[in-house]
Design a protein around this ligand. Structure first.
Ligand code: GDP
Length: 174
């Protein structure tokens, strides 16, 4: 069986749900008190992609590093895809996605110099206090070169697996 090893980054402001997303995706749980260790830890998830292909995802969460806004190049090294996440109840976290994407475009490049594929995830769509809506997300996503965007709720397990499948699909199609 053919195995692809893909390093994926999760970036976005603090408190948008990055650690919860990784925990949900990798361990199938949503736990309010869960917090990943800070620093360079990554989680691994293996997907049976087809009868001939396996995908081993190495998911790097930048938990605890958000205050630096601009990340150390070591995080970006070798990354083949990225999730940029914000919280639909925080317009500040949405505006920050612009910085995150710019930082990625400057530091995380494919061997041919192209930007790595990024998906934009609008998390906490289960909450009624929403202030960021589909039309502005759609415009922003197109204007900033995201391959795709999706509404997700880590809490309700909405679109988590689907979002990652779309990102992997995009990476493998390059
Ligand atoms: P991080 O700092 O970006 O890693 O964010 P965390 O994963 O620590 O999550 C921040 C807070 O948001 C925690 O209290 C989570 O329980 C909560 N949270 C994460 N995802 C969701 C979601 O989809 N809906 C709701 N309502 N809360 C969420």
């Amino acid at each position: 069986m053919n195995e692809h090893l893909l390093k994926i980054l999760i970036v976005g402001d603090g408190n948008v749900g990055k650690s919860s997303f990784v925990h949900r995706y990798v361990n199938g749980q949503f736990n309010k008190t869960y917090k990943m260790t800070m620093g360079v830890d990554y989680s691994v998830k293996v997907l049976l992609w087809s009868d001939k292909e396996k995908v081993r995802l190495q998911i790097w969460d930048i938990a605890g590093q958000e205050r630096f806004i601009s990340m150390n190049r070591i995080y970006y090294k070798g990354a083949l895809g990225c999730v940029v996440m914000f919280d639909v109840t925080s317009s500040a976290s949405f505006l920050s996605c612009c910085h995150w994407k710019r930082d990625l475009d400057n530091k995380a490049m494919l061997p041919n110099g192209d930007s790595i594929p990024c998906i934009l995830l609008a998390n906490k769509c289960d909450l009624a206090q929403r202030v960021v809506f589909a039309d502005s997300i759609d415009r922003f996503s197109k204007a900033n070169g995201f391959v795709n965007w999706m509404e997700v709720s880590v809490k309700e397990n909405k679109n988590i697996g689907e979002a990652m499948r779309r990102l992997v699909q995009q990476i493998l199609s390059i």
